[in-house]
Design a binder for this molecule. Structure first.
Ligand code: HEC
Length: 102
């Protein structure tokens, strides 16, 4: 398979993944906001924003908890996390952990 085709395949997989993974969690509305900064594929487009794709799920979950509690101070992330339940944080963490790194 040529490189451009591989790229297209990766793109198709990335676009297909959110539909299935997020249907189960009911988190679409929330995660549209995450995508604005962290990218729909979990790869951030800005240097100040960390990539989430392929990160360890336990690490991501702990960061979300820390943002919510204020242990890890960050204005936007605390604001976004303020109503997240434990189940939602776990679902988000495993969703991003399952995306391919780039
Ligand atoms: C306004 C832009 C913005 C939005 C929207 C946003 N984030 Fe973030 N996020 C950031 C920035 C910036 C950081 C780095 C925070 C820091 O410097 O401590 C971050 C950090 C994180 C981290 C920690 C990553 C690491 O490597 O330590 C996680 C996990 C995370 N965000 C998840 C999410 C989720 C889930 C959503 C949607 C609910 C979301 N973010 C929405 C900007 C954003």
């Amino acid at each position: 398979m040529s490189l451009p085709r591989l790229g297209l395949l990766a793109l198709t997989l990335t676009l297909a993944a959110p539909a299935t993974a997020l249907d189960k969690t009911g988190l679409q509305d929330l995660m549209v906001q995450c995508a604005a900064c962290h990218g729909a594929d979990g790869i951030a487009r800005e240097a100040e924003v960390p990539d989430l794709a392929g990160q360890h799920d336990v690490y991501l979950y702990n960061q979300l908890k820390n943002f919510k509690s204020g242990k890890r101070p960050h204005k936007e992330m605390r604001y976004l996390g303020r109503h997240m339940t434990d189940d939602e944080m776990q679902a988000i963490a495993s969703y991003y952990a399952g995306l391919p790194k780039q």
